[in-house]
Design a protein around this ligand. Structure first.
Ligand code: NDP
Ligand SMILES: N[C@@H](CC=O)C(=O)O
Length: 438
C-alpha cells in the first residue's frame, strides 16, 4: 500500500468520541486494509484539556481549538461528536468549506439543519454521513437510503430512543422508579448531555425528521412532529398496560398521509401488545419496523445507544468517507428532494386506553357513556377496578378520530361524578395497519 494516509479530525471525546478514537487507533491496520490507505487521527478537540483520558494515543493530539483543527489543509474527514447545535453547525460548515467530508452522530443538528447541511456538502463537493444519528449501531439509514431507494416506503414505526426504552423497561420489569432508572441510563452513557431531550421526546423527534428525509425523500421540521415524552408515565400506567397484556414504550411513527409530501410524524408513549415485535425490545436497544410497497415488512433491531455500539456506526461512516475520498467520489444520494407538510395529530385515528377515577361509580358510568355517545366514540371493553382507596373505570375505545377521543377525555374530566382528569394512553396497532386518514 503506497497511498498517502488519510487524516481524520475528531471533534468531541466524550462517551462516543472516546470509543471512536480507540477504534481508529487500535484497529488502524485492519481499517487500512479495508480502505486502501491508513486513517490517521489529525487531532481531537475537547473542551477541557485537563480532564484525564485513557485513549492510548499521543496526548499532543488533544486541542481545545476545534476551529483551527477543522481548517487544517491536511484534514480529509471531520468527525463531529460534540452534540448540540452550536458550535457543531459552524464547525461542520467550516470543515466543508475547507474541503473535508463530515461524519456526525448529531441528530439534534441534522433534524434541524439536515437539508441545509446537505446543500453545503454538495456545494463543496464533500460527503456528509450520519448513520449513528438514528438507532446508533443499527444499520438503518443506509438501507433506507440505498437498499430501499427503488421501493416506496409507506410507514416507519419503532423505538428510536435508548434512554427512554431503558427507563420504561426497568419500570416494567422491576416496578422501579423513573428517577433511578434515568440515573442509570445517564451513568451508562445512553442519555444526551441534557437528558430532558430523551425523556421529553425531543431526541426521538429529531431522529423522526431524519428518518422521514430518507424514507420519504422529504424534509419536515422537528416542529411538525407531534411529541409527548415519558415524564408523565406512572407506575400505574405501566401496571395498567400489563393488565391489557401490553408494555409501555416510547414509539415514533411516520406515515405518508394527506397527498404528496404529506407526512404524519409522531412520538408518544403507547401500550404495545406483547405479541408485537417492538414489545420485547429490552434495555437501551432500539427496533424499527419499515413497511415498503415491494419489500413488505422489515425489522431492524439492535443497540440504540452507548459509546461502543455508536462508535461502530461512526467508524463505519469514516471508512465509507475514506474510500470515497480515495476514489475521488462524492455521494449525492442523501439530498431529499422535497420539503414536506406535517399532518396534524387530530386527523389521525387511534385507540385509547382510558383510566377514570370516580366518586360515584354508577352515576359515573352513565355520565361516561353519554360523553362517549356525544362524541361518537365506541368502546371495546369496560372494566371496574375497585380497591379500598380508589374506584376506577378502565375503558378501551374502538379506533376513532383523535379529535373525538380528546373531546371525550375533556368531557369526562368535567363530570362531577369523576375524580380528576382521566389518564389515557394510545394503544399501538398491529404492525401492518395504517391508521392515518388519507
Ligand atoms: N451517547 C450515545 O449513546 C449516543 C450519542 N449520540 C450523539 O453523539 C454525539 C456525542 O454524544 P456523547 O459522546 O454522548 O456526548 P458527551 O457529552 O459525552 O461528549 C461531548 C464531547 O464534546 C466535547 N465538547 C463539547 N462542546 C465542545 C466545544 N465547544 N469545544 C470542544 N469540545 C467540546 C466535550 O469535551 P470535554 O470532554 O472536554 O467535556 C466532550 O468530549 C451527540 O451528538 C449525541 O447526540 C448518538 C448516538 C448515541
Ligand atoms: N440519548 C440517545 C442516544 C442515542 O441516540 C438515546 O438514548 O437514544
Amino acid at each position: 500500500m503506497n497511498t498517502r494516509p488519510l487524516k481524520a479530525a475528531v471533534l468531541g471525546c466524550g462517551v462516543v468520541g472516546t470509543e471512536v478514537v480507540r477504534r481508529l487507533h487500535e484497529t488502524r491496520a485492519a481499517l487500512a486494509d479495508r480502505v486502501g490507505a491508513p486513517i490517521d487521527i489529525a487531532g481531537i478537540a475537547v473542551r477541557d484539556l485537563e480532564r484525564p483520558r485513557d485513549l492510548g494515543v499521543d496526548p499532543a493530539l488533544l486541542t481545545n481549538d476545534p476551529l483551527e483543527l477543522v481548517k487544517r489543509d491536511d484534514v480529509d474527514i471531520v468527525v463531529e461528536l460534540l452534540g448540540g447545535i452550536e458550535p457543531a453547525r459552524s464547525l461542520i460548515v467550516a470543515a466543508m468549506e475547507h474541503g473535508a467530508s463530515v461524519v456526525s452522530a448529531n441528530k439534534a443538528l441534522l433534524g434541524e439543519y439536515g437539508s441545509v447541511l446537505h446543500e453545503t456538502a454538495a456545494r463543496h463537493g464533500v460527503d456528509l454521513f450520519y448513520e449513528a444519528s438514528v438507532a446508533a449501531a443499527i444499520p438503518l439509514l443506509r438501507p433506507l437510503r440505498d437498499s430501499l431507494g427503488g421501493d416506496d416506503v409507506t410507514r416507519v414505526a419503532g423505538i428510536i430512543n435508548g434512554t427512554t426504552n431503558y427507563i420504561l423497561d426497568r419500570m416494567t420489569e422491576t416496578g422501579g422508579e423513573f428517577d433511578a432508572a434515568l440515573r442509570e441510563a445517564v451513568e451508562r452513557g445512553y442519555a444526551e448531555a441534557d437528558p430532558t431531550a430523551d425523556v421529553e421526546g425531543t431526541d426521538a423527534a429529531a431522529k423522526a425528521v431524519i428518518l422521514a428525509s430518507l424514507a420519504f425523500h422529504t424534509w419536515i421540521s422537528p416542529a411538525d412532529v407531534y411529541r409527548e415524552g415519558i415524564t408523565g408515565v406512572t407506575a400505574e400506567d405501566v401496571a395498567d398496560a400489563g393488565r391489557q397484556d401490553c408494555v409501555v414504550k416510547l414509539i415514533a411513527i411516520l406515515e405518508r398521509a394527506g397527498g404528496q409530501h404529506g407526512i404524519q410524524a409522531r412520538v408518544h408513549p403507547a401500550m404495545v401488545p406483547r405479541t408485537h415485535p417492538l414489545a420485547d425490545v429490552k434495555g437501551a436497544d432500539n427496533a424499527v419496523v419499515v413497511q415498503a410497497a415491494g419489500a413488505g415488512q422489515l425489522l431492524f433491531r439492535g443497540a440504540g445507544a452507548g459509546g461502543i455500539p455508536t462508535a461502530s456506526a461512526v467508524v463505519g461512516d469514516v471508512v465509507t468517507a475514506a474510500r470515497k475520498r480515495l476514489l475521488g467520489h462524492q455521494e449525492t444520494f442523501t439530498r431529499a428532494t422535497a420539503t414536506g407538510r406535517g399532518i396534524p395529530m387530530r386527523e389521525l385515528r387511534s385507540r385509547f386506553h382510558l383510566s377514570v377515577r370516580v366518586r360515584d361509580s354508577t352515576a359515573a358510568l352513565d355520565d361516561i357513556a353519554s360523553a362517549l355517545r356525544m362524541n361518537d366514540v365506541r368502546v371495546d371493553s369496560v372494566q371496574r377496578r375497585h380497591t379500598a382507596e380508589t374506584d376506577t373505570w378502565v375503558l378501551v375505545t374502538e379506533e376513532s378520530r383523535e379529535s373525538d377521543l380528546l373531546s371525550v377525555v375533556n368531557s369526562i374530566a368535567a363530570l362531577p361524578s369523576v375524580a380528576g382528569r382521566p389518564r389515557f394512553m394510545r394503544i399501538l396497532e398491529p404492525v401492518a395497519h395504517s391508521a392515518v386518514v388519507g
